[in-house]
Design a protein around this ligand. Structure first.
Ligand SMILES: Cc1cc2nc3c(=O)[nH]c(=O)nc-3n(C[C@H](O)[C@H](O)[C@H](O)COP(=O)(O)OP(=O)(O)OC[C@H]3O[C@@H](n4cnc5c(N)ncnc54)[C@H](O)[C@@H]3O)c2cc1C
Length: 356
């Protein structure tokens, strides 16, 4: 019997498990992936996200892997363009873009280092119930062996298509349509120190440096163009750069594309009810938004902190667990709502063109 089972071991799940174990709780962390494991996501972490990592003692482990600091940001929407220094948050004046295969392993290691029981290659398929209360998980290990574990609380940190959310029938709210589709890739031999964001003619172009002196470049189009774009990803990608950011296209042309294109048209925008009897949701499982402003990972870290603090309140009887989890959801929403509104506005890709 565990205090908490966390399903999903990436940006939301691993830190939630780590923080709860550091508070002295017995925590099981399961993921169907086995780590090191990459995932579909570019990986720009805002200063507020990096501040969480610093507070948890994890930022220095990321920096030690050779992940560059990103200290400036250029935003260019055609009619307006400016470059500014990254605004410090809790003493952190830089953003970071660690590769997910590196970051997620560091997060999992930190959880295990805190005393979390980690089980990889476990696909959760059902929840255990006692009347209306979730009491555990049932799933299958790679190879088919069934596992079943019980806990006071089950946390779904299992991403935007969360199985936990589906099984508890968590309703969605503040749903906005899918605005964009996007592809990204990596270039070597290109000099770029800050983050660059361009919005032109219903396209967003985003570039930033990452590990191994590589540069990530992402392009987002209106979601209605997904089928057209994916028929010729490279053609559409390079044509967009040449047409709207020729200076960036020239710089990329001086280097070379180092990896394949990765992308999706599955970029939903929603909040989900994130707490109920014996269950809670964190990260994309509870609130998902278009990646245009790179809030997802930093939001997942925020959720981990808020949820771990709430669970401590609930399990130490400062208030009932149910009240503590409802308070978590409310605090998350207070923090997320203004950002979500602005994010949806940007994802509409309606910035004025240079001519307009
Ligand atoms: C194309 C793209 C680009 C993005 N770029 C950025 C960016 O630059 N910056 C940023 O901050 N955010 C970005 N995001 C958003 C970011 O990826 C997410 O917000 C973030 O990864 C959410 O983390 P999470 O831990 O909540 O979920 P996830 O990263 O989705 O992790 C969920 C985990 O749950 C596991 N899981 C799922 N179901 C089960 C199950 N049934 N049993 C066991 N395990 C299960 C999965 O294997 C996975 O490991 C981007 C997203 C996309 C799609």
């Amino acid at each position: 019997m565990y205090d908490v089972i966390v399903v999903g071991a990436r940006c939301a799940g691993a830190p939630t498990a780590m923080l709860l174990a550091r508070k002295g709780y017995r925590v099981l962390l399961v993921d169907k992936a086995t780590f090191p494991s990459d995932t579909m996501s570019s990986h720009f972490i805002l200063a507020r996200g990096a501040a969480h990592l610093k507070r948890w003692g994890i930022l220095e482990r990321i920096v030690a892997t050779g992940c560059p600091e990103i200290r400036s940001r250029t935003i260019d929407v055609g009619s307006t363009s400016f470059t500014d220094a990254v605004e410090p948050t809790d003493g952190v004046a830089a953003c970071y873009a660690p590769r997910r295969i590196i970051l997620d392993q560091i997060l999992v290691n930190a959880a295990v280092g805190a005393g979390v029981d980690l089980r990889e290659g476990v696909h959760v398929q059902e929840l255990l119930w006692e009347e209306e209360q979730v009491t555990g998980i049932r799933g299958f290990q790679v190879g088919g062996k069934e596992i079943s574990e019980k806990a006071t609380l089950v946390i779904g940190a299992d991403g935007k298509r969360s199985v936990v959310a589906r099984l508890v029938q968590a309703p969605t709210y503040s749903v906005a349509p899918t605005f964009t589709c996007g592809y990204y890739s990596y270039w070597s031999g290109v000099s770029l120190e800050g983050q660059e964001i361009y919005e032109r003619d219903r396209r967003a172009i985003i570039a930033f440096p990452t590990h191994d002196k590589k540069v990530v470049v992402a392009v987002q189009w209106p979601s209605a163009q997904f089928d057209e774009v994916r028929r010729d990803i490279k053609g559409h990608f390079l044509e967009t750069l040449e047409q709207y950011t020729p200076h960036l296209a020239t710089r990329l042309g001086e280097g070379e594309q180092a990896e394949r294109f990765i992308g999706t048209g599955d970029l939903p925008n929603f909040f989900r009810r994130s707490s109920g009897p014996g269950w809670a949701l964190a990260g994309d499982a509870g609130h998902c938004k278009d990646p245009i402003l790179a809030h997802g990972m930093s939001d997942a870290f925020r959720d981990a902190q808020l949820l771990a603090d709430a669970v401590e309140n609930g399990l130490s009887n400062t208030c009932s667990l149910q009240e503590a989890l409802a308070d978590y959801e409310q605090r998350r929403n207070e923090d997320a709502a203004p950002l979500y509104a602005f994010n949806c506005q940007m994802a509409r890709l309606e910035a004025p063109s240079r001519d307009g």
